[in-house]
Design a protein around this ligand. Structure first.
Ligand SMILES: Nc1ncnc2c1ncn2[C@@H]1O[C@H](COP(=O)(O)OP(=O)(O)O)[C@@H](O)[C@H]1O
Ligand SMILES: [Mg+2]
Length: 315
């Protein structure tokens, strides 16, 4: 049995906006699943539907085998959700915040205290116990927020953009926390992000969505494999006009998408092994000055680019 199974899910808001369009996904028990997509892709809409806050327009969703629309009461105790807005009470201490949560779940005192201590240790929050909650950094607040929602020991934890707006150190600490939840508590984790690096670092499975529909769903390794051998990197020597070169190369028939970073251009092509020679010859013929050219293992950025900007020629 899958932890989450979504088939042919669509959501049309009252405004007429179609936020999800025939989306199907599967999340296995015990994995970290990332839903990756740009702003407005439909990530929060999907999380809100999976966590029973919103009704879908059509489609079927099972959570641990239970129908989300028909068996809300059975589903709710199995899940916890950390929304983008932090839900800590600033008037309470760290422990009071956690115990308040345990009362919502009607845990007895002994269980609540045991879980709280385990979570404080696992989340590295011990050193913050004595500080005022208002003095916490954004990263620590978010970590406490997640610890609080873990008090019910949910089978599935939903995290909506858990690291948005954080500096890189706090993000890395958050990634460690998320991995720890999976390893120590066996929790299935469903998170949304618009950071490719985050999906790549954390996930067992990534689903990339855009405009409410799935572009691809696979392991990060397979996603990279997907465009393996298909990216050519050209380092210009700095004397070329970047814009002219960018236009020239993206107009080439075999180039599907490009990404430019200062003097470096990444070109996704149909068959890099073959196209590399053609491109190399074209650069020589056109007397374009470059310091190096080669085929590279693409990053998830390249995968995303090739999927979203393939000039309509299909992936
Ligand atoms: N309550 C709503 N009513 C109408 N449109 C909405 C509502 N909530 C979100 N949308 C629209 O649905 C699309 C998906 O939004 P959302 O799920 O929040 O995307 P994401 O979380 O990926 O940024 C966006 O175009 C957004 O403007
Ligand atoms: Mg969102």
């Amino acid at each position: 049995m899958d932890a989450i199974s979504v088939s042919h899910l669509s959501k049309v808001y009252k405004s007429g906006k179609k936020a999800l369009d025939d989306l199907s996904i599967k999340v296995q028990k015990g994995e970290i699943f990332s839903l990756l997509g740009p702003n407005g892709a439909g990530k929060s809409t999907l999380i809100n539907i999976l966590t029973t806050f919103l009704q879908p327009t059509s489609g079927k969703i099972l959570i641990m085998g239970r129908d989300v629309c028909k068996e809300q009461r059975a589903v709710r105790p199995l899940i916890a959700c950390v929304a983008q807005k932090v839900s800590i009470d600033n008037h309470l201490t760290l422990k009071e915040n956690m115990l308040f949560q345990s009362r919502l779940y009607k845990l007895d005192d002994a269980t609540a205290n045991k879980r709280m201590d385990a979570l404080i240790t696992a989340f590295g929050l011990k050193e913050y116990e004595k500080q005022r909650v208002t003095a916490y950094s954004g990263g620590i607040k978010r970590r406490l927020d997640i610890a609080m929602s873990m008090m019910s020991y949910p089978q599935i934890l939903f995290l909506d953009e858990p690291t948005v707006g954080m500096d890189i150190e706090s993000r890395k600490a958050m990634w460690d926390t998320v991995k720890k939840i999976k390893d120590d508590f066996g929790t299935t984790i469903f998170l949304t992000t618009h950071y490719l690096e985050e999906a790549d670092m954390l996930s067992d499975t990534v689903c990339i969505i855009q405009d409410g529909h799935e572009l691809v769903q696979d392991t990060p390794e397979n996603l990279r494999q997907h465009t393996h051998l298909n990216t050519i990197r050209i380092d210009l020597d700095g004397s070329e006009n970047q814009q002219d070169f960018g236009k020239w190369i993206s107009d080439l028939q075999f180039v599907r998408a490009i990404r430019q970073e200062q003097n470096t251009v990444y070109a996704n092509t149909q068959n890099a092994a073959q196209d590399f020679h053609i491109l190399n010859q074209l650069l020589v013929d056109k007397k374009i000055r470059y310091s190096s050219i080669g085929i590279i293992t693409p990053s998830l950025d390249d995968v995303f680019l090739s999927l979203t900007q393939n000039k309509g020629r299909g992936v």
